[in-house]
Design a protein. Structure first.
Length: 158
């Protein structure tokens, strides 16, 4: 007669890994959707000035950025150490290039959004105001009157 042996192993059952690929793909999809790729390759070195009273812009999609400052180390041999104006990925040769840049950006937008567009100036803290004044003059010429200066929040020291 054969004897049946009862299995007395009372260990916990193995964790099922059948749903693991689903979880991995769900996380991958989440990060692909929420990650924002850098739109502009900065050729300008910017250390923003500090301010105490700052407000955030509501709609970042309605902001055009103009960068003003010295060229980064990578581009110093090409552009020198003087402050330059960067419009998207291009270095402007002079301040008069700002007007056509703003007009081009307007043509790419919906007509109802144009009155709400803000031009944000990201200016290095050591840049002299002469070049900033010339850029502001060019913005006035093309009726881009909503201007924002990008800053960082001033740290309060105890």
């Amino acid at each position: 007669m054969s004897k049946f042996k009862k299995d007395d192993s009372s260990g916990s059952p193995a964790i099922s890994t059948a749903s693991l690929p689903d979880i991995v793909f769900m996380l991958l999809f989440f990060f692909m959707v929420t990650t924002v790729m850098r739109e502009v390759d900065l050729k300008i070195e910017i250390k923003k000035p500090e301010a105490e009273a700052i407000t955030k812009l509501e709609k970042k999609s309605l902001v055009d950025y103009i960068y003003i400052g010295p060229a980064t180390m990578r581009y110093r041999s090409m552009y020198g150490t003087e402050p330059r104006i960067q419009l998207d990925d291009q270095i402007a040769t002079q301040a008069t290039d700002v007007g056509p840049f703003v007009i081009r950006k307007r043509t790419e937008r919906n007509e109802t959004d144009i009155p709400f567009v803000t031009t944000s100036l990201k200016v290095d803290e050591k840049t002299r105001m002469g070049i900033v004044s010339r850029v502001k003059h060019e913005l006035r010429q093309v009726d881009a009157l909503k201007i924002n200066y990008s800053t960082t929040r001033k740290r309060v020291q105890p």
